[in-house]
Design a protein around this ligand. Structure first.
Ligand code: HAM
Length: 408
C-alpha cells in the first residue's frame, strides 16, 4: 500500500480529471461507493473458486458480528448499490467510479495491495454496440493521456448454458493431460477447469496448447453478439487479437471479455480489463438487467504515461513581504488578488529579499510581488518578472490589473 507524496499527486489529478472529462462526454455519471461490503456479496459475484475470494480478500468481523470485506473490485458493489438505490427499474444507467481497491496479493511492480481503478459499468441494453462503445471510450481516454500502444485482446465466454457444455468437453480433455499439469491446475480440473487455460506455468501452457476452445462452443445468440461486436470494431478501425484462452479471473462474465495490455509493463501487463455480465444483477437479487463494464488500473496507466504531459501547477504570483510591519497590508493585498481569481502564494515566515526571491523562483510563478517598508508607506508594490528579471513599481490599487494583463 503506497503513500502518494505531493510530487506524485499532480499526475493522479490529471489522470482523474481526464477520466471524468472523457467518460462524462459519453454519458457516464459518477457513483461513489463504500469501501466495505458484506463478504458474501463478493463471494457470490466474483466466485468462491477465484483467487480473489479464496485468498486475496481483507476480511473482518465487525462488532455486530457481520463479516465484511474491503472491496477487491468495484463491479459487485456497483451492482449492489444499483439494486439498493432502485436504479434497475427499466431504465438504462451508465456509471463510473474512481477509487481504491484492496487485494492481499504478493506485491511486485504493477501489483499492489491497495491499488486504484477507474471503473465503468453500463446497465441496460444487451446489445454489442454498448460493448464496442466502451472499448472506443477506453481507447479515447488512453489517447488523451498519450498512451496509444496497447493491444486489445478479445474473447467470448458465451452464455452459462454454452459454458456448461464446453466445460464438460474441457474437463474430459484436461483429464487426459492431468500428469502434465501443476498441482494447482490438477486441483482445478473439476472445480474450475477454464482457469487451467490461464495458468502461467510453462508446462501447463504447453499441455493445454491444443485444448478445445470456448468460441467453438458458443450458442447462436452469443456467436451473433460476438460477430456484431467484431464488425463494429473492424468498422471503427480498431485492431484486436482474438484470444480464445482468455478467461478472466472473475466468474461473473458472459459473452464479451476483453483486456488492453502493454508490452512495456513486464509481468503485470493488463491495464484495462472488462466484459459483459448479463446475469449478475439478477444473481445478487435485482431485476434481470444485462450489463457490461471495465476497470482500468491507475498505477499501471501512470507507469506508461509520459510525465511531461502532466500540467505543472504554479501560482500566478509569489508575494514576498519583507518586514513584519508590512504584513497586514501585504496579506490584504493577497486576499484582494485572490478575490479576483489570481492565485497567490503568500510567503510566511519572513526572510531576506534574496531568500524570498529564491523561493519565488522555485514556486514557478511568473511574477513576484515584493513589499518592503517603503512600498507599504507609499501604497505601492514592486512587480518583478522572474523570467525576464525586469521590475516596476505599481500602485497597490492597480496591481491586480497589471498581474492579470501580464498573465494573458
Ligand atoms: P480485474 O481484471 O480484476 O477486473 O482488474 C482490472 C484492472 O485493475 C487490472 O487489469 C489492473 O490494471 C488493475 N489491477 C488489478 N489488480 C491489481 C493490483 N493488485 N495492483 C495494481 N493494479 C491492479 C476487475 O476488477 C473488474 N471489476 C473489471 C470489470 C468492471 N468488469 C466489468 N466491469
Amino acid at each position: 500500500m503506497n503513500d502518494l507524496l505531493p510530487e506524485e499527486t499532480p499526475a493522479w489529478q490529471h489522470l482523474e480529471a481526464e477520466a471524468r472529462r472523457v467518460l462524462e462526454a459519453y454519458g457516464y455519471r459518477e457513483i461513489r461507493l463504500p469501501l466495505v461490503e458484506r463478504l458474501e456479496l463478493f463471494a457470490r459475484s466474483i466466485g468462491e473458486d477465484t483467487d480473489i475470494v479464496e485468498k486475496e480478500m481483507y476480511t473482518f468481523e465487525d462488532t455486530g458480528g457481520d463479516t465484511l470485506a474491503l472491496r477487491p473490485e468495484g463491479t459487485a458493489g456497483c451492482v449492489r448499490a444499483g439494486i439498493t438505490g432502485g436504479l434497475f427499474r427499466g431504465q438504462a444507467h451508465r456509471l463510473y467510479y474512481i477509487g481504491p481497491m484492496f487485494r492481499h496479493e504478493r506485491p511486485q511492480k504493477g501489483r499492489y495491495r491497495q491499488f486504484h481503478q477507474v471503473g465503468v459499468e453500463a446497465f441496460g441494453p444487451a446489445t454489442p454496440d454498448l460493448d464496442a462503445e466502451q472499448i472506443l471510450m477506453a481507447r479515447r481516454f488512453l489517447h488523451a493521456l498519450g498512451v496509444d500502444d496497447l493491444t486489445l485482446h478479445l474473447n467470448s465466454l458465451g452464455q452459462p448454458a454454452d459454458r456448461r457444455a464446453y466445460r464438460r468437453v474441457l474437463v474430459d480433455f484436461l483429464e487426459t493431460r492431468r500428469d502434465q499439469l501443476c498441482e494447482t491446475c490438477r486441483d482445478r480440473i473439476r472445480r474450475s477447469p477454464m482457469r487451467v487455460l490461464d495458468c502461467k506455468v510453462p508446462t501447463c501452457q504447453e499441455a493445454v496448447a491444443d485444448a478445445p476452445v470456448i468460441t467453438e462452443h458458443l450458442g447462436e445468440a452469443s456467436r451473433a453478439h460476438f460477430g456484431r461486436l467484431r464488425g463494429l470494431l473492424d468498422a471503427a478501425g480498431i485492431p484486436y487479437e482474438l484470444n480464445p484462452r482468455m478467461v478472466r479471473g472473475l466468474d461473473y462474465y458472459t459473452d464479451t471479455v476483453y483486456e488492453l495490455t502493454s508490452d512495456r509493463l513486464g509481468a503485470q501487463a493488463t491495464v484495462v480489463a472488462g466484459g459483459r455480465y448479463d446475469g449478475l444483477v439478477e444473481e445478487i437479487g435485482g431485476p434481470a438487467t444485462p450489463a457490461v463494464g471495465f476497470a482500468l488500473g491507475i498505477e499501471r496507466l501512470l507507469a506508461l504515461m509520459d510525465g511531461e504531459r502532466v500540467p505543472v501547477r504554479s501560482p500566478d504570483v509569489f508575494l514576498a513581504p519583507l518586514d513584519p510591519t508590512v504584513e497586514t497590508a501585504a496579506m490584504a493585498l493577497a486576499e484582494d488578488m485572490r478575490d479576483r481569481g489570481i492565485s497567490v502564494w503568500y510567503h510566511c515566515g519572513g526572510g531576506s529579499l534574496k531568500s524570498q526571491l529564491k523561493k519565488a523562483d522555485r514556486s514557478g510563478a511568473r511574477l513576484a510581488l515584493v513589499m518592503g517598508e517603503q512600498e507599504a508607506a507609499e501604497g505601492t508594490v514592486l512587480v518583478r518578472d522572474l523570467a525576464a528579471g525586469e521590475q516596476e513599481t505599481v500602485s497597490q490599487a492597480e496591481v491586480a490589473e497589471v498581474v492579470a494583463r501580464r498573465a494573458d
